[in-house]
Design a protein around this ligand. Structure first.
Ligand code: PLP
Length: 444
């Protein structure tokens, strides 16, 4: 049912933020202009299970779940207890904390390629460490990538030579401003599901490539033989293969994409689900690649800080016990099928695709501008019905069947509005907000 949710307090805060925080937020995806500005909530100070409450006091079903970081549920009891207990005992920065050994051993147990582990605080950081280790272990400089891997210089350097290199992996319009020009030519991309494109880059840079880093799956499934082909090519060229499991880790399966697809990389990187919303990242890998890190200066005070480790240990143990991957597969599958059926019945230019643990929605009209208007209308109407929905959808272990029912009811009503808007030929007249400014679409 459509309700009038006020977001006045959110808008006030955002206005203040724009004056003192460049860009207004610390995660690009949280910029208010990417949602239905003036309708979507922008600030939330309480989250529980699969819901959050915004600063104006309204409750929403959360379909973004911390950009996929929270897989068990917001404020999951055993994780919160572990963090609270450890916080009261100190953050453990003078000496090493025993939990860093316990958690490293646990990851070695559950992640197929893991023989050694290093911790850090986030996904982009984990990838930067993995790239440094691969460069150090091979003595080579160039990195070939496919997917989104964070904000660091090694990755954004791809756009120094050609400002469109990241379009298909991150988003269009990324300027490498501030990235040293001397890095030009050190980060090279290849196309997902196109082994020939990887082979061509490897052959053109024979003997110079340290690593291939990739998301094993994102909005598309790998075609049969693709990941195996990547493994064979990297082995043939003596190149370290890194899977970025920041999204796929613990979500596709407990052992991540490498377990689900049965292809073993040399290294893998984790963050997000690893600690269910608390700050922790990890680089794992085979002993022969990881051990040289002993002689590289890769070091930071907060990486093995004890509340993050406590969150990681409690989260991995809980994930081993309750298997949230099975829940998010089932909820995601139901969501995808129902959405596609509803859209088909109304003949909407729409698809919900990708993998059930993180399905994407996409309007598919031949007019790209109209698709942005329709996406904005979708986000607006879902928000008006108490569902915080975006283009990517993440369920969690604590989303209930009731939540799914409420989400699908909101989708049904939203699609009726969209059908009416398309019929009348003026989608913009249905918007109570500006058309969203950009897309955070990833095509891998
Ligand atoms: C696949 C992937 N790698 C890396 C990152 C960057 O992680 P963080 O934002 O923790 O630096 C993200 C974030 O969305 C991601 O999806």
């Amino acid at each position: 049912m459509r309700r009038k949710y006020s977001v006045g307090r959110s808008l006030e805060l955002y206005e203040r933020a724009l004056h003192c925080i460049p860009g207004g937020t610390h995660l690009f995806g949280r910029r208010a202009e990417l949602a239905a500005y003036g309708v979507s909530p922008i600030y939330s100070d309480r989250q529980q299970g699969g819901h959050f409450w915004d600063v104006d006091g309204s409750e929403y079903i959360d379909l973004l779940m911390g950009s996929g970081a929270v897989i068990l549920g917001h404020a999951y009891p055993t994780v919160v207890e572990a963090v609270q207990e450890q916080a009261a005992r100190g953050t453990g920065l003078t000496l090493n904390h025993p939990m860093e050994v316990d958690l490293a051993e646990l990851l070695v147990e559950v992640v197929p390629c893991a023989e050694m582990v290093r911790f850090c605080k986030g996904g982009g950081e984990a990838n930067t460490i993995a790239v440094r280790i691969a460069r150090g272990a091979t003595g080579r400089d160039k990195i070939i990538f496919c997917g989104y891997h964070g904000w660091h210089d090694w990755y954004l350097a791809a756009n120094l030579a050609d400002e469109v290199a990241l379009n298909e992996h991150l988003m269009p319009g990324i300027s490498p401003t501030g990235v040293p020009r001397v890095l030009q030519g050190t980060a090279l991309s290849f196309e997902y599901n196109n082994l020939g494109s990887l082979q061509a880059v490897l052959e053109a840079n024979q003997g110079e490539v340290a690593a291939v880093i990739m998301e094993a799956a994102r909005s598309s499934l790998p075609e049969p033989g693709f990941l195996q082909g990547v493994r064979e090519l990297t082995e043939r060229h003596g190149v370290v293969l890194i899977f970025d499991e920041v999204v796929t880790g613990f979500r596709l399966a407990l052992g991540g994409a490498q377990e689900y697809f049965g292809v073993l990389p040399d290294m893998a990187t984790y963050a997000k689900t690893l600690s269910n919303g608390f700050a922790l990242g990890a680089v794992v890998g085979k002993r022969e690649v990881m051990e040289p890190a002993r002689d590289m200066f890769i070091s930071s005070v907060y990486w093995a800080e004890a509340t993050g480790l406590a969150a990681g240990l409690a989260s991995v143990r809980a994930m081993r016990d309750v298997n949230p991957s099975a829940t998010v597969w089932a909820l995601g599958k139901h969501f995808m099928n129902s959405m596609n059926q509803l859209a088909e019945r109304l003949e909407l230019p729409f698809t919900c695709a990708g993998l059930p643990p993180f399905p994407f929605i996409r309007f598919t009209h031949e007019n790209a501008k109209l698709n942005q208007e329709l996406t904005t209308l979708y986000i607006q109407e879902m928000a008006r019905r108490g569902v915080f929905a975006y283009t990517v959808n993440y369920f969690c272990f604590e989303h209930s069947q009731r939540d799914l029912y409420d989400v699908l009811e909101a989708v049904g009503e939203t699609f009726d509005v969209i059908a009416k808007a398309l019929q009348c030929g003026d989608v913009k007249s249905f918007l109570e907000c500006p058309v969203r400014q950009a897309d955070f679409r990833r095509l891998v």
